[in-house]
Design a protein around this ligand. Structure first.
Ligand code: BGC
Length: 816
């Protein structure tokens, strides 16, 4: 494809039209010039390709694909190579299905444990997130399939996700929210990046020049296509000017026309449009070159890989008296409906239709083990059912060992809404308490995409966290329980004792307009360790069926300059009797520092498999970045002179070896102790940051976020905002009815979960996005009419609506 020539031959209208999709999943074709459409599809933990002519809400069945464990699970493997393999397998499935770009991975930071979409993200730590995302991208793209690194940036909650303004100080952005993206971009070169829905410090991410061009492209060297999240486009021309290329989904030509008008009036230079068209044509050419018509993946091999991923990602959180692994002869009670019908993946746009599905109870049955079973709870409600509890206790009382499967059901956790609390459903907590009353040998198997409080932890002997184990989770959990496999994963996030212990809890989910990230850089263990706050399970924690000792640490130097790199070697030995993997974590701690800093930060890690008795030396490298913090005044990473501890840990709280280095640096780090005292005193203030301290850190006045700021209504008002008006009520009812009618797939639980998600999501849809996502049913002009009516300009609104009814002959609405 001669791209330059094509751009020359294209009309202004054709160029503009290429900058939005054709429909939900395709880019536009321009037949006159031989430009074909390409197909993009969700991920990220499997391929979610919807058949042609599917619903416009993107909720219903997709073609069968391997459902790998999602990011919350695979992150606990701490194994980039596993992520690469999964990426490669999903890439193969894309090849077979002629999908050119997989929409993932998601690399947003788990700022708060209640974020409904945490299951789709890797970690609270940007270094770990970035390494894993980069490996996944390398795997997918090695197959000639593109990825879309998402959601750029600071998209850390589902509540009002399409309009919320995340107020984040520059240092937190640079040290916490951007580095995962940066690492993935620099190491793996994703073909595309997806802009987030939300605003960041006042400006929508989809039109933020600084984020999209200055940082992503100029600083990090990203040269691919920037596309919007589905319905995230706010001001089309501003988006294009800011460096965003493709608006998704397609179906309305309103924004294409606005691009044409902006160029004609001189508001937008045609060269800016050409720049985006060039990137899009490059992507299309690349995708076309890699399309294969005859590719078939091996579903058995992919299922086996999904099983290995689930096995290697499981985290053994507790194992008193080595009650696990179980003997096959043990008389077992298996309790909990989640054993019979597993929760194995998250809900929402990443929902996969698995090629096959294993449930633990079936697998146990196939292996002819000595088991009795009881449901224990109704998974569709929180209500306690005394009969189910009594049956469960009866079954448990005659067993030697009781294994209870509990977890977050689909109704508790999904894309589209945040969790309301951090507890398990009440009926499951009570079940565990009752079972603890009848059995001393109680083992909990936990399923779900994010941490839960565990008031019962003292009364259970073991806790195996499977997270969401994907389609092969059934055999994985059975292998682990009986010792056919060794659980060697470690937490990629902290499990707090109580939700309220979390630093961001005071400011989550914010609203109605803004959410303040007052805790700044103190996310996850960075907060808990600095504030010396007890936790339930620390970041990086995970036991196994073997025992690994850390024997010696050696550094390549004990004094160095900030330009040098430091080699760290640690000898680890498997002193147990089973093969097992250890994940060695290297943290760096500034002994004293002028700038406020977390107590320590993860700067390197490595997973190593060790046979019984085997010893090995792990070699890791720390460069300048491992010691640097971001200085906002000079917009540079600075290293303070002084002593730093290099710590090798089995978790952030299980520190095994330590050495000290002295660094000499010419950097001059400003002292801001006076203005930012709150950030230096977490031990005493337990993360309570005053308005004054946050405003000083933020460096500009904090925006207001009150109810009155919502009026007058605009295109950015949500359906929920205008629900109090007559037109709002009517529109809400129509849209919810349409969505509910489309919600026909899956069993009752899936439909209830989808209903809950749609109800929450639709209420939070800005009106402009409803128009974009309506596939042409609601034109932009009609939406403007609705806004007028909501603002009590009824007659003008009706007039506008009538004058803007969809013209069925528009080329965008006709079939391709
Ligand atoms: C999600 C994206 C997803 C897209 C397409 C959006 O609502 O935020 O992650 O890729 O839909 O389904």
């Amino acid at each position: 494809m001669d791209i330059k020539k094509l751009i020359n031959d294209m009309t202004l209208e054709e160029k503009a039209s290429l900058c939005s999709g054709h429909d939900m999943w395709h880019t536009k074709a321009i037949e006159r010039l031989g430009i074909s459409a390409i197909l993009v599809s969700d991920g990220p933990h499997g391929l979610r390709k919807q058949p042609e002519g599917s619903d416009t809400f993107g909720i219903n069945v997709s073609i069968p694909a391997t459902c790998f464990p999602p990011a919350c699970t695979t992150a606990s493997s701490w194994d980039p190579d596993l992520l690469r393999q999964i990426g490669a397998a999903i890439g193969e499935e894309c090849l077979q299905e002629q999908v050119s770009v997989l929409l993932g991975p998601g690399v947003n930071i788990k700022r708060n444990p209640l974020c409904g979409r945490n299951f789709e993200y890797y970690s609270e730590d940007p270094f770990l997130s970035g390494e894993l995302a980069a490996a996944f991208i390398v795997g997918v793209q090695a197959q000639g399939i593109g990825t879309s690194l998402k959601h750029f940036a600071a998209n850390n909650q589902e509540t009002r996700r399409m309009t919320i303004d995340a107020i984040v100080d520059e240092r937190a952005l640079r040290e916490i929210y951007l580095p995962g993206f940066e690492k993935a971009v620099k190491q793996a070169h994703p073909w595309t990046v997806m802009c987030a829905y939300n605003r960041l410090n006042g400006i929508y991410c989809s039109e933020q020049e600084r984020l999209l061009t200055s940082i992503l492209r100029a600083e990090w060297g990203f040269d691919g296509v920037l596309l919007t999240d589905w319905g995230a486009c706010n001001d089309r021309t501003a988006g294009l000017a800011a460096g965003q290329d493709l608006e998704m989904p397609g179906g309305l030509d309103y924004n294409d026309q606005s691009i044409v008008a902006a160029v004609k009036s001189g508001l937008l230079a045609e060269s800016v449009l050409d720049r985006s068209v060039e990137r899009l044509l490059t992507l299309i050419a690349r995708a076309q070159d890699n399309l294969r018509s005859d590719y078939h993946y091996n579903a058995d091999e992919h299922h086996a890989l999904a099983r290995m991923a689930a096995t290697q990602s499981a985290v053994l959180l507790k194992n008193d008296e080595n009650i696990l692994p179980l003997a096959t002869s043990a008389k077992l009670a298996i309790i909990g409906n989640l054993a019979k019908k597993s929760r194995y993946q998250g809900s929402g746009s990443s929902l996969i239709n698995p090629t096959r599905l294993e449930h633990a109870l079936d697998v146990l049955g196939e292996r002819s083990l000595n088991i009795a079973y009881a449901d224990g709870y109704d998974r569709l409600s929180d209500n306690v059912d005394e009969q189910l509890l009594a049956d469960a206790c009866q079954v448990a009382s005659s067993a030697e060992v009781v294994v209870v499967f509990v977890g977050l059901t689909e109704l508790a956790e999904s894309e589209g809404f945040d969790r309301e609390h951090m507890r398990l459903p009440a009926n499951q907590n009570i079940l565990i308490e009752r079972l603890a009353g009848v059995s001393e040998n109680l083992i909990v198997v936990l399923l779900g995409g994010s941490p839960v409080e565990m008031p019962w932890i003292g009364s259970v002997k073991a806790l195996l966290n499977m997270y969401l184990p994907g389609q092969a989770g059934g055999s994985a959990v059975v292998d682990l329980l009986f010792g056919n496999a060794n659980p060697c994963g470690k937490l990629a996030e902290t499990y707090p004792l109580r939700y309220t212990d979390t630093a961001s809890a005071r400011n989550f989910p914010g609203g109605p307009l803004t959410v303040e990230y007052r805790e700044s850089i103190y996310i996850g263990y960075r907060y808990f360790d600095t504030a010396r706050q007890d936790v339930l399970f620390p970041f990086g924690h995970g036991l196994s069926y073997t025992n690994v000792t850390y024997d010696r640490m050696a550094l390549s130097a004990h004094t160095l300059t900030d330009k040098d790199t430091l080699q760290v070697s640690v000898i680890v030995t498997n002193s147990g009797s089973r093969a097992g993997a250890e994940i060695v974590q290297v943290y760096v701690r500034a002994v004293a520092s002028t700038v406020f800093k977390p107590e320590k930060e993860l700067k390197a890690f490595q997973k190593v498999l060790l046979q019984p008795g085997e010893s090995t030396a792990i070699e890791l490298t720390l460069d300048r970045q491992a010691f640097a913090s971001y200085d906002v005044d000079t917009a540079a990473w600075l290293v303070e002179s002084g002593e730093y501890e290099i710590i090798a840990g089995a978790s952030s709280r299980d520190l095994r070896l330590k050495e000290t280095v002295t660094i000499q640096s010419a950097d001059c780090v400003p002292n801001r102790l006076e203005a930012l005292a709150d950030y230096y005193q977490l031990v005493t203030n337990k993360g309570k940051i005053t308005d004054v301290a946050f405003a000083a850190l933020y460096g500009q006045p904090l925006p207001t976020s009150n109810e009155t700021a919502r009026k007058p209504y605009t295109a950015n008002s949500t359906l929920g905002d205008i629900k109090g008006t007559l037109i709002g009520r009517i529109l809400y009812r129509i849209i919810i009815n349409l969505a509910m009618k489309a919600n026909t797939d899956g069993d009752l639980e899936r439909q209830l979960a989808t209903r809950k998600m749609l109800q929450r999501m639709m209420a939070e849809y800005p009106l402009r996005s409803i128009a974009i996502s309506s596939g042409g049913m609601l034109t932009y002009g009609m939406m403007e009419g609705i806004v007028m009516m909501a603002n009590r300009k009824f007659f003008r609104g009706v007039q506008k609506m009538l004058g803007s009814l969809p013209k069925r002959d528009r080329h965008l609405l006709s079939p391709r």
